[in-house]
Design a protein around this ligand. Structure first.
Ligand SMILES: NC(=O)c1ccc[n+]([C@@H]2O[C@H](COP(=O)([O-])OP(=O)(O)OC[C@H]3O[C@@H](n4cnc5c(N)ncnc54)[C@H](OP(=O)(O)O)[C@@H]3O)[C@@H](O)[C@H]2O)c1
Length: 306
């Protein structure tokens, strides 16, 4: 089969290569891949992995062979899920406890936007607890995870401030019920109960200072790769505050991923969650998509179709 792999040319340059077909473990289904999404995490992985490594976390496709242990969906089921860095390929072996059936009402491209971005946003908010009546500040709200977090926080009954780099990057977020704060020079000022941060650095510190007593900061990224600083009165000024880091690939070991994917798919079906497609491109030509994500020139998710 064909798969996209890392090359020695440049960590962000991928190559379509013939590789051996996957040989699924007993708890894995063999999927014929229809679509996959591109995440900033994939780019970070591409930079770190050895030459010739496969990539790809988000997977949508049809089950060709169900898992040998009898778990998971039967042959012919259209599924979405989390692959183990092997989704950018014609075929992928995927653990059945990372898969959910896709309803007819959800397209392949919409389903491809959900696993990494949707589950990260969902778990970040679930860690914060009760959302109804709370105020949530989402940083990096223009990004793949951020746009999902804004919508899910709003759907959960929270007021939402979406902090983005510019007016243009925040396009569409007000329609999801968020108050949009654009620009890093003029930060938000409204106190928050929940901070969902992935930008890191000064943005994290500013967001943290806005937390009320008993507030919660869920951090799942440090996109700017800068030290995180807490103010001197970090706890005294806001007793009961909690800070938790979410690592999706660790978090899923304690979660019912098929049920959580089914929840996201149901929210898409009901219109409460919009799977925003920023760019759809054939997987045989991934470079423009990688460049667009890297340079923040696309609003919404980048999806590769097979
Ligand atoms: N821990 C986990 O398991 C986990 C899971 C998923 C993602 N992540 C991490 O979370 C972060 C967000 O992921 P994502 O997929 O939503 O990424 P994304 O779509 O690229 O969004 C990142 C957002 O960060 C903002 N940003 C601010 N400063 C930036 C800078 N110097 N460079 C790039 N972006 C900057 C951008 O907003 P503006 O353009 O509006 O400034 C951008 O929309 C990434 O760091 C990713 O690696 C971690």
């Amino acid at each position: 089969m064909k798969a996209l792999v890392t090359t020695s040319l440049d960590p962000l340059t991928l190559e379509l290569r013939s590789v051996p077909d996957p040989r699924p473990h007993p708890d894995e289904a063999l999927i014929e891949v229809h679509a996959t999404a591109l995440n900033r995490a994939d780019i970070l992985l591409a930079i770190r992995r050895p030459v010739g490594s496969p990539l790809g976390l988000d997977v949508v496709g049809t089950v060709l062979s169900p898992a040998a242990d009898g778990s998971g969906p039967p042959a012919g089921t259209r599924v979405t899920g989390l692959a183990a860095n092997n989704a950018w390929a014609e075929l992928a072996a995927v653990r059945t406890d990372r898969l959910a059936a896709v309803p007819d009402s959800v397209t392949d491209t919409d389903a491809a936007t959900l696993p990494v971005a949707g589950l990260t946003a969902l778990y970040a908010l679930q860690k914060a607890g009760w959302l109804l009546g709370k105020h949530t500040l989402v940083t990096g709200a223009s990004g793949g995870v951020g746009r999902m977090a804004v919508q899910l926080a709003h759907a959960g009954g929270s007021k939402v401030t979406a902090w983005v780099g510019s007016e243009a990057r925040g396009t569409g977020l007000a329609e999801f019920g968020a108050k949009v704060v654009a620009g890093y020079e003029e930060p938000p000022t409204t106190p928050a109960d929940i901070l969902v941060d992935s930008v890191g650095g000064e943005v994290f510190t500013t967001g943290y200072k806005l937390l009320r007593r008993g507030g919660m900061a869920t951090v799942f990224g440090n996109t700017v790769r800068a030290e995180l600083r807490l103010p001197a009165d970090w706890g005294h000024a806001r007793p009961g505050v909690r800070i938790e880091y979410l690592f999706l690939l660790d978090e899923i070991t304690r979660r019912d991923v098929p049920a959580d994917l089914a929840l996201l798919l149901a929210l898409v079906t009901s219109g409460k969650l919009v799977a925003e497609l920023g760019l759809l491109t054939p997987w045989t030509d991934p470079q423009p998509a990688i460049a667009a994500l890297h340079s923040r020139s696309v609003n919404g998710k980048v999806v590769l179709s097979m």
